[in-house]
Design a protein around this ligand. Structure first.
Ligand code: NAP
Length: 308
């Protein structure tokens, strides 16, 4: 029986591991399908305190992992399918062939990129449709590409893609970016970024090999439909929280974000805590996720000492 199982290895998960590890609770971290979380798909992180010159997202996560391991955390690859809360108050965590038993669970599973829901998108992922510029941007040199979205992610991805692409169309459904002013100004000042306002992508158009060739755009103000040639579409329209495996163990809002007890990371199930983007649709920052990971670790530690 473990003291703490932490599900997720993003900022929240690693921070929870550092704290519970230093408290001698020997945490087990289950890494899921995207070890390192969302920061492994970003470029430079400029707003994490302590790194005035910035730090690359993957490096920040590798350092967090090393720090968690230094204090005795054990990291295992396991994709959790369900959690049972047993009569004695402990948890059984089911992950394919493996299962784990623990007195407490910290859910730090983050959120996954949202897609538009167009008919052929599943087949196109990896064939000119992606949500990770850092992973796939370098494949599209000297060709036009587009980014869908108007937030910080869209602006960041567009800026990164200008290193490779001949032109980056930034397709947004309104005529004003949601991104923070510094990110928006930087994107709009970049001569390689061409904003396409008030528009949505209504169809992905493929070539004879089934690869992305162009997009069909619909102008939401005029209703005009047009076609734009792009070799790759980078989707940056927000995220969906990875909370479905929890069933009724937690309350969720209408978008699937876990509802924590007021002012706490605890949930309606005693011993089950939630931290980071899976429970936060509002701040969604690396540093706030780390803060919640710390809070969840402290709460789990207190919960365990109350059990004794
Ligand atoms: P976001 O801020 O929620 O922005 C999502 C964008 O996608 C919005 O512009 C939204 O349009 C658009 N959108 C949503 N659904 C759409 C749909 N079905 N069709 C077309 N467009 C759609 O998400 P994000 O950019 O991923 O950022 C998430 C959080 O991470 C934010 O808090 C952000 O500040 C943070 N972040 C920070 C940095 C940084 O500081 N370096 C970098 C990346 C992300 P509307 O504007 O019309 O709603």
């Amino acid at each position: 029986m473990e003291n703490v199982i932490i599900i997720g290895t993003g900022c929240a998960g690693y921070t929870a591991a550092i704290y519970t590890g230093r408290a001698n609770l020997a945490p087990i971290l289950l890494s899921g399908t995207q070890p390192g979380g969302q920061l492994t798909t970003t470029t430079e992180v400029e707003n994490f305190p302590g790194f005035p010159e910035g730090i690359m997202g993957p490096e920040l996560m590798m350092r967090a992992q090393a720090q968690a391991e230094k204090f005795g955390s054990k990291i295992e690859w396991a994709s959790v399918e369900s959690i049972e809360h047993r009569e004695d108050g402990t948890f059984k965590i089911n992950a394919g062939e493996k299962s784990y038993e623990s007195k407490t669970v910290i859910v730090a599973t983050g959120a996954a990129p949202r897609h538009l829901g167009l008919p052929n998108e599943k087949e196109l992922i990896g064939r000119g449709l992606t949500s990770c510029a850092t992973c796939d941007g370098a494949f599209y040199r000297d060709v036009p590409v587009c980014v869908i979205g108007g937030g910080d992610s869209a602006c960041e991805e567009a800026g990164f893609l200008t290193r490779f692409a001949s032109k980056v169309y930034l397709i947004h459904r309104r005529d004003e970016l949601r991104a923070s002013k510094i990110m928006a100004d930087r994107a709009l000042a970049n001569p390689k970024i061409v904003p396409v306002w008030n528009s949505t992508v209504s169809e992905y158009l493929t070539d004879e090999k089934g690869e992305m060739r162009a997009i069909q755009l619909t102008n939401l103000v005029t209703g005009e439909v047009s076609e734009l040639e792009v070799a790759c579409v980078f989707v940056a329209i927000g995220h969906v929280p990875n909370s479905s495996f929890l069933g009724d163990l937690v309350d969720k809002d209408e978008n699937g974000y876990i509802i924590q007890n007021p002012g706490r990371t605890s949930t309606k199930t005693p011993g089950l805590f939630a931290a980071g983007d899976v429970a936060d649709h509002y701040y969604r920052q690396a540093i706030t996720a780390a803060g919640q990971g710390c809070a969840a670790a402290l709460e789990a530690e207190r919960y365990l000492s109350d059990l004794e």
